[in-house]
Every structure is written in structure tokens, then in C-alpha cells.
Write a protein that binds this ligand. Structure first.
Ligand SMILES: Cc1cc2nc3c(=O)[nH]c(=O)nc-3n(C[C@H](O)[C@H](O)[C@H](O)COP(=O)(O)OP(=O)(O)OC[C@H]3O[C@@H](n4cnc5c(N)ncnc54)[C@H](O)[C@@H]3O)c2cc1C
Length: 466
């Protein structure tokens, strides 16, 4: 430890209990971590030195970005067997290469700062999510974050061309290449993206940049159900050359919860009580506005949409987005019995939504449901809340039964039990139950090959390691 203190400098080791608190926090007040030591390297070589020292001493390492992940992935144990490695001092933008359309950043860069660095060169880095003011690019890649523009630009994995990674033995793999094509062997980069710090520590990345769309049309649409919303999406994409960047579904029940907590939310359709779709379409063609208007007029005629408002100003656009943002905010404040982030093929979204609505209501008739999310990506957030005025007890039989019902339904539709939030510690048991034994076995073999000592983010993603 003395060696690491000397290497990292006076601000590089945090062991004061008052200062350590924020490294043990959880974004929604869930189970806290118990780290007693946090190490804050400034450079890749320092990360490598820490990992080598931990490997020699058999100490577990919990990488931590902005600490906004939902599933306890960045949570350290209380027994002192693990330390937290925070990337927060590694926040340099190493290069912006306009000709290659890339930006190379260190893992501790805050997502909003990467967006701003791109914007300063009149480019777009399109990864965008509610926590963008505090999450780190390393955390985004480690969780393969999604967010609100996946439909057009893909998730974190799709936006990354190269990675620099420190392996569990302390060696550094420099894969910081800005190549759009590279078939020189196995795809090592994608092994680390989405691995939640269990295979190595991401220290830097080459990310893709895009032209900034000349204009963006934002509209809110009243629909009768998820099935019509999916049909509307297909119609919109066909008429706009797939220019939709987001397509968010907000059913009536979820909006009602949001209004309980944020009563002054906009009411785009007055007293009419529709499910809502919030969409944005971006591009540079001259007649984009007219094209979107025509697509929505067609949807009204075809009965896919009941009413439409196209945002006439940035203020109105913000008021539409506020409805969407208020839903998870309300769920967080009202408390949930279960909450899951799942995905199914687009063709199954309507079926799954209807099935969950019926079956969850029958199992927990007094509870309240919110099934909403990034519908364009087949990604639904499913939350069951206690009856109005009731409190949630997360660790009870009902919660397990409800979770089993949701996840079984998702898997029966050939979906995934985690669309964009990962597995962390909190969903590791469910992964064990719902991923095939062959896939789990392959994941364990990879983990053992890269991290035979099991020091990288222990207990996360995979349980039952030897
Ligand atoms: C208000 C709000 C809205 C959100 N919206 C979305 C959304 O729309 N879409 C979405 O996908 N997520 C969303 N999230 C979840 C969260 O923001 C993402 O999972 C984010 O990518 C986590 O980044 P982080 O830097 O906070 O990572 P952390 O929470 O610090 O860590 C997450 C995991 O990554 C590992 N890790 C972190 N950094 C590294 C690294 N450098 N190398 C290796 N492993 C590392 C950690 O060990 C942990 O397992 C939201 C969260 C909040 C609070």
C-alpha cells in the first residue's frame, strides 16, 4: 500500500470514512457498498500498477465510473477484501480526428463532456442518457449503455472503434485503433464492452463521431396501445428513410404515476387519455418537417395515431421530454416492488406488453404497473409498484414471484432479461436461471481464462465461479 500511495500521490488514495461515502452510494438509494479504500489513478500505467499489486495480494478490484449504474455493479464488499478503483482522474480527451470521424478519450471522461468536446468541433457524439452529466464513458462501455438514440446510432458498443484495457494480470492491451474494418482475428474489443468490469479495466476508447443533423423534428403522438405504436414506427421509418433517432413509449398508467409526483406535466391532448409516443426524427434534407407531417397525417388516417402535436419550439419539446423523464423519477420516488429492464424483438413488443399487463394484474391486483421505454429498440422498463399509499418491501416472496413471471415471459418471447442496464450483482441470480447453461458455461470459461484469480469485480455478472 505504501508503494501505491507513493505512486498515486496525495489525492490518489481515499481512506477517510467521510470522503469515501460517495464511492459507496447507489443512484436510487439501493444497497450501499462497503469500500474502505478507493484508489484514483491518473494514467493507464498507474491502473496497471494497481492491478498488478492487487493480483499479487489477492485483493478484489471494483472499477467505478460515475456510480450511476442500477444493479450494484460498482458496489464493493464490506469485509475489506475488495477496493474500489475510480477512473475519475482519467478524464483527458486525447485526440479528435475529424478526418477519421473519431474522438479518443480516457475512461473517466463524463459523457456530457465527450458530447461537448464533439460539439466544439461541430460533430455529434450521440450516446445520450438521463445520467449523462455524471456517468463516465468507461462505465458506459462497461455496461454497453443504450439511452435515447439507439434507434438511429446504436448503443455504446456500436459507437466504439477501439479500446485500451488493463487485464487482470496488470498487462495493458492497446487496441486504440480508429478502424471501420478490422478482421484480423477475434473481436477482442467487444469482449470487454458490456463485461461490467469483470474481465479488465477500460482505460481509454476511440469513439465514433457523426455530423450534427441540420434539423430535428420532435412530435408527441396519442395512440391506443403498444401494437399501434409499433405499426406507427414502421410507417415513420419507411417514409423518412429510417431517420427516427428516438421512439419512446409511455402508456397511460405510467404517465398517471408521473403526474402524481410532477403534477404540472404538459397535457398535449388536454383531457384525452392516450398512451403517448415521443419521437424525434433528425436529418439534413430540406423537407424533413413536411415528410414527418405527412407520415403522421397518414398514421392518423390509418388509425395508428389518435392525435399528434409537433413541437413548435424548444420549450414545447422540453415539456414533452419532461413527461418521459418524470416516469422513472416517479417510480424512484414512489418506490417499487420490482423493476426490470428487458428487451424482445420488435415483433413481440405488443404481445409481451399485453401479456404482462394481464398476468401481473392477476398476480398482484392492487399493485400499479409501468411498462414503458425505448420501444423503437424493443426495450421495455417494467416496474410493479405497491398500491397507492403502500410501501415496497423488496425482499419478499411476492417480489420474487413477480420477477419470475416477468423474466419468464420475456425469455418465452426470445428476449433478454437485461436490455441496457447490465447484470451487476443484483441480477446475477436471475442470469443464472434464465441464460442457457451452454452460454453460462462459455462465459465462465472466458472469465477463468482472463481472470484466473477472480479479482476483477468479484460476484458481478457470474455467480458460481470455482
Ligand atoms: C437518471 C438515470 C438515467 C439512466 N438512463 C439510462 C439509459 O437510458 N440507458 C442506460 O443504458 N443506462 C441508463 N442509466 C444507467 C447508468 O447511467 C448506465 O449504466 C451508465 O452506463 C453507467 O455508467 P457509470 O460511469 O455511472 O458506471 P458505474 O455505475 O460506475 O459502473 C457500472 C459498471 O461498470 C463497471 N465499470 C465502470 N467503469 C469501468 C471501467 N473503466 N472499466 C471497466 N469497468 C468499469 C463497474 O464496475 C460497474 O460494474 C441511467 C442511470 C440514471 C441514474
Amino acid at each position: 500500500m505504501a508503494h501505491l500511495r507513493e505512486l498515486l500521490g496525495p489525492d490518489g488514495v481515499v481512506d477517510n470514512p467521510d470522503l469515501i461515502d460517495r464511492y459507496n452510494s447507489d443512484p436510487y438509494g439501493g444497497a450501499r457498498g462497503g469500500a474502505r479504500i478507493v484508489l484514483r489513478p491518473r494514467a493507464t500505467q498507474e491502473v496497471a500498477a494497481i492491478v498488478s499489486a492487487c493480483a499479487a495480494a489477492g485483493v478484489g478490484i471494483v472499477p467505478r465510473g460515475g456510480g450511476t449504474g442500477f444493479l450494484g455493479g460498482a458496489r464493493a464488499r464490506y469485509d475489506g477484501s475488495e477496493l474500489v478503483l475510480s477512473l475519475e482522474r482519467m478524464r483527458k480527451v486525447r485526440e479528435i480526428d475529424i478526418d477519421s470521424g473519431t474522438i479518443t478519450v480516457e475512461a473517466g471522461c463524463i459523457l456530457a463532456d465527450v458530447q461537448a468536446a464533439a460539439a466544439s468541433k461541430d460533430r455529434l457524439f450521440p450516446l445520450s442518457l438521463g445520467a449523462e452529466g455524471s456517468c463516465h464513458i468507461g462505465g458506459n462501455l462497461a455496461t454497453n449503455a443504450g439511452g435515447i438514440q439507439v434507434l438511429r446510432y446504436g448503443n455504446a458498443r456500436d459507437l466504439c472503434l477501439g479500446l485500451e484495457v488493463v487485464l487482470p494480470d496488470g498487462s495493458i492491451v492497446d487496441g486504440l485503433r480508429a478502424l471501420r474494418k478490422d478482421n484480423s482475428g477475434y473481436d477482442l474489443r467487444n469482449l470487454f464492452i458490456g463485461s461490467e468490469g469483470t474481465l479488465g479495466i477500460i482505460t481509454a476508447a476511440v469513439l465514433k463521431l457523426f455530423p450534427v443533423p441540420a434539423q430535428t423534428v420532435c412530435a408527441i403522438v396519442g395512440v391506443l396501445d403498444a401494437g399501434r405504436a409499433v405499426a406507427l414506427l414502421h410507417q415513420l421509418q419507411a417514409l423518412t428513410d429510417s431517420a427516427a433517432s428516438c421512439f419512446e413509449f409511455m402508456p397511460r398508467g405510467a404517465i398517471a404515476l408521473a403526474r402524481e409526483v410532477v403534477p404540472d406535466l404538459a397535457r398535449p391532448f388536454g383531457a384525452h387519455d392516450y398512451d403517448l409516443v415521443l419521437m424525434e426524427v433528425g436529418g439534413s434534407r430540406d423537407n424533413l418537417g413536411e415528410t414527418v407531417e405527412a407520415a403522421l397525417a397518414g398514421a392518423l388516417e390509418d388509425g395508428l395515431a389518435n392525435d399528434v402535436v409537433i413541437a413548435a419550439s424548444e420549450v414545447q419539446r422540453r415539456s414533452f421530454w419532461r413527461i418521459r423523464e418524470a416516469i422513472p423519477e416517479a417510480i424512484g420516488r414512489l418506490g417499487w416492488i420490482i423493476t426490470h429492464d428487458v428487451s424482445v424483438p420488435l415483433s413481440r413488443v405488443a404481445g409481451l406488453t399485453a401479456e404482462l399487463q394481464t398476468e401481473l394484474t392477476s398476480l398482484a391486483p392492487d399493485c400499479r404497473l409501468a411498462i414503458y421505454g425505448h420501444l423503437g429498440d424493443g426495450n421495455l422498463h417494467v416496474s410493479v409498484l405497491p398500491p397507492a399509499g403502500g410501501t415496497a418491501d423488496a425482499d419478499n416472496t411476492q417480489a420474487r414471484e413477480l420477477s419470475r413471471l416477468v423474466l419468464s415471459a420475456v425469455v418465452s418471447h426470445r428476449g433478454s432479461i437485461s436490455a441496457e442496464h447490465g447484470i451487476g450483482e443484483d441480477k446475477a441470480q436471475w442470469l443464472q436461471q434464465f441464460k442457457s447453461s451452454e452460454e453460462l458455461d462459455l462465459m465462465r470459461r472466458l472469465k477463468r481464462a482472463l481472470d484466473p484469480l477472480g479479482i476483477m469485480n468479484p460476484r458481478k455478472v457470474l455467480t458460481q465461479l470455482p
